[in-house]
Ligand binder design. Structure first.
Ligand code: SF4
Ligand code: SF4
Length: 126
C-alpha cells in the first residue's frame, strides 16, 4: 500500500470529491487521517500500489493536490531518548528498546506530525 496526502482548497472541501474518485475509479481508499477546517482539508489515504497513478491523476484533474507521503524517519545521531515523541503519539507507534533507543512501527504511523514538532533535537522528519 502507498500513502497519498490529499490537500483540498476552501472551494474543494464543499464537494464530495473523494467519493467521486472512489466511484469513478472503482478503487477503495483506506482513510488513515482526515482534517477539515473551513478554509482547507487534508486527508491521508492508503492506496494499493498498482492504482497509485490512476488515483493521483483522478484527484489532480479535479484540482486536488495529491502527493505520495514519505515515511517518518529518525536520525539516531540526534535522538537523546527524551521520550517526548513517545508520550505524544496518538496511536502508540513509538516504543523504546532496553537501551532507550526509540523504535517506530512506521507502517502504522499516520504522519500527524505531533512527534516532529515536539522533538527538541529535530531528530524526526518526513
Ligand atoms: S507522526 Fe504522529 S502517528 Fe506518526 S509516529 Fe509521530 S506522533 Fe505517531
Ligand atoms: S522526541 Fe526526539 S529526541 Fe526525544 S526520544 Fe523522540 S526522537 Fe528522540
Amino acid at each position: 500500500m502507498t500513502r497519498l496526502l490529499l490537500q483540498f482548497s476552501k472551494q474543494q472541501i464543499t464537494f464530495p470529491i473523494t467519493s467521486q474518485v472512489i466511484l469513478e475509479q472503482g478503487v477503495l481508499l483506506n482513510i488513515l487521517r482526515a482534517h477539515v477546517e473551513p478554509t482547507f482539508g487534508e486527508i491521508l489515504v492508503e492506496v494499493p500500489q498498482e492504482y497509485v497513478n490512476r488515483i493521483v491523476n483522478a484527484f489532480q484533474k479535479r484540482g486536488v493536490k495529491a502527493t505520495v507521503q514519505r515515511r517518518l524517519e529518525v536520525d539516531n545521531n540526534r535522538c537523546i531518548s527524551c521520550g517526548a515523541c513517545y508520550s505524544l503519539c496518538p496511536i502508540s507507534v513509538i516504543s523504546f528498546e532496553e537501551d532507550y533507543s526509540i523504535v517506530f512501527e512506521g507502517e502504522k504511523c499516520i504522519a500527524c506530525g505531533l512527534c516532529i514538532d515536539a522533538c527538541p533535537t529535530q531528530a524526526l522528519h518526513i
